[in-house]
Design a protein around this ligand. Sequence first.
Ligand code: SAM
Length: 278
Amino acid sequence: MTRVLAFFLICFFSIGNAADLQPIKDAGPYVPSPQSVVADMLRYADVGPQDFLIDLGSGDGRIVLTAAKVFGARGFGVEIKEQLVKKANEDAQKEGIAERVRFIKQDLFKTDLSQATVITMYLLPDTVNLLKDKFLSELRPGTRIVSHDYPLTGWIPEKYVQMDLEDKVQISGVTTTLIYLYVVPAKVDGRWSAKMPPAVSRLPATLQLSQQLTRVSGSARLDGKEVPLEELKLRGDRISFRLSGRPGEFTGQVKGRSIEGEVVSGRSKAPWSATLGG
Ligand SMILES: C[S@@+](CC[C@H](N)C(=O)[O-])C[C@H]1O[C@@H](n2cnc3c(N)ncnc32)[C@H](O)[C@@H]1O
């Protein structure tokens, strides 16, 4: 009995240690973003006092420190190099913002991102793309992601800015600097049971939506007729569309498995709602 117990204990602890002992993936060398790029990244993401920012691979902490000092945000940075973490925390103390920001020695791939309203990163291109699934599963709809130089492939950015900076020559060998801004979309793919105003559909309606990240297409079934959706847009948790050949603009907010919104046609307004499945 004692031997069996010892065997299980050894297995249990070896599994735990094996996970911890996995080498940390190097997501990029320490190369600080020029301060002008930091300011642009934070401006494009429209960072403000209501935001909680996480910088993945925070280096000397400049992005989180600037977000707190200049834009009033809170947040933290994760970084694997102990010296950089120490320096960033010391700078936060010196600047009097240590209550709002902190720096942690931690692997960015294992960091819980669910608190973020803004994510920033300046990492290698393959790393940026390895993080895509993590972003989609952990971040709330509407969270902004700003990437310095490297895009998330297959994800259409909300904004994309290219500029030339002399400071970049010593970093990347060229002056070209890119900033990409993404907004995490709500999950809307599927069949939704909808309640429409009687002028739109007397019978219970359905919406069939097909989604690929921020790109959405679909149709509605209204009083037994299939009507394509036009000008369908999804930004974070906000959805809007028109019914082909009919008046009115539909807007709505996606809250998990339900949408609540209104349809505006000329001077009249009426509520509509939908539930996923059903
Ligand atoms: C290009 S620097 C960017 C620094 C800072 N974000 C900026 O833009 O100024 C990338 C940083 O990521 C850190 N890093 C690399 N792999 C990491 C990992 N797995 N977890 C946490 N930090 C990592 C590096 O040590 C480096 O400081």
